[in-house]
Design a protein around this ligand. Structure first.
Ligand SMILES: Cc1cc2nc3c(=O)[nH]c(=O)nc-3n(C[C@H](O)[C@H](O)[C@H](O)COP(=O)(O)OP(=O)(O)OC[C@H]3O[C@@H](n4cnc5c(N)ncnc54)[C@H](O)[C@@H]3O)c2cc1C
Length: 287
């Protein structure tokens, strides 16, 4: 399909882009980053902006900086460049695992991390990983800056805390403590490759082999990527290599969740897949 007519601007200055957004009526402007989701929405005419604001010309948004134990990833950093970055390779292996299973090389070359977060797709692998990494989204409206924790930013399927006139400028991730194990695994839909059930996990094991702390998030299985906080609470203090108890705890937590049910997979199928992913991944991380 062909999109409806729209105007197009590609500023090179963040302040100019910010001013355009602040002055526009809500919904009139669509921010274009890598375009991997937005272009489809324009073509399907589910988005009909008067103006497409391409932020690809703003060099200030293309940087990845390490400040102490925090990595700050600019809004125009592609998923491919992110996965190649030495600090990510060294300290954030979960993001490398996501890059290995999310989309394809062409999408990852153009698609940005922030674009995936702002899109907040229910199947979003990057969203689930950033939830577990306790990332923080930096937002700007004109000259006003604010930051929002990932858990508060992604509020539903394709719903975020992005306010009218705001642009996401960067994502900050506190580099995990050494000793914490992490993994990202997913069960793909055979035809489309999207997640039927995905799991981001980060686990710290104490010297006695029990779970000292853990953070878990699911993609694809629930209405939108979410932290599994009730299960995290039940797992703290538990010996994760105790397979029968682990299975019981996971089974009990699964019955409290509401799984997606659609033409790609039933709720029951997604529940079983997530449960198996949890058992295998937690047992591996405990080992
Ligand atoms: C074929 C294909 C397969 C895919 N498979 C997967 C997969 O397996 N797993 C997965 O997780 N994802 C998958 N995706 C989704 C992909 O990750 C996203 O399309 C991509 O990351 C979006 O980033 P982008 O830079 O292209 O954003 P765009 O498409 O440019 O923007 C996406 C949305 O975010 C908004 N936006 C973007 N940047 C900002 C910003 N800085 N501030 C404010 N708003 C902003 C845009 O206005 C738009 O609404 C797939 C996509 C395709 C096309």
């Amino acid at each position: 399909m062909i999109p409806v007519d729209f105007d197009y601007v590609r500023p090179t200055d963040l302040a100019v882009a910010g001013a355009i957004l602040v002055e526009a009526a809500p919904g009139a402007v669509a921010v274009l980053a890598g375009g991997q989701s937005l272009m489809t929405e324009l073509k399907l005419r589910t988005r009909r902006p008067q103006l497409v604001l391409d932020i690809g010309g703003i060099d200030a948004l293309r940087t990845i900086e390490q400040v102490g134990d925090t990595l700050r990833i600019g809004a125009m950093v592609s998923q491919a460049d992110l996965a190649r970055h030495p600090v990510v390779q060294d300290r954030l292996p979960m993001l490398i695992e996501v890059a290995a299973v999310a989309a394809d090389p062409m999408v990852r070359r153009r698609g940005t991390l922030l674009g995936a977060i702002c899109q907040a797709d229910p199947t979003g692998d990057w969203v689930a990983a950033c939830l577990v990494l306790d990332a923080v989204v930096e937002l700007r409206r004109g000259d006003v800056l604010r930051e929002v924790a990932m858990q508060d930013f992604v509020t539903g399927a394709r719903e975020t805390g992005l306010q009218p006139g705001e642009i996401a400028t960067a994502l900050r991730i506190a580099l995990p403590v050494t000793g914490a194990g992490s993994a990202y695994r997913k069960v793909r839909h055979t035809a489309i490759g999207w997640s039927i059930a995905g799991l981001a996990a980060m686990v710290e094991i104490d010297p006695s082999g029990r779970c000292a702390d853990c953070r878990l998030a699911a993609s694809g299985a629930l209405t939108h990527p979410q932290r599994l906080t009730a299960l995290e609470d039940r797992l703290r203090g538990l010996a994760l290599h105790d397979t029968p108890t682990l299975a019981q705890v996971i089974g009990a937590a699964m019955s409290d969740l509401v799984f997606q049910d659609d033409r790609h997979a039933s709720a029951e199928h997604r529940g079983v897949r997530l449960s198996v992913l949890l058992q295998r991944t937690l047992a591996d991380l405990a080992g």
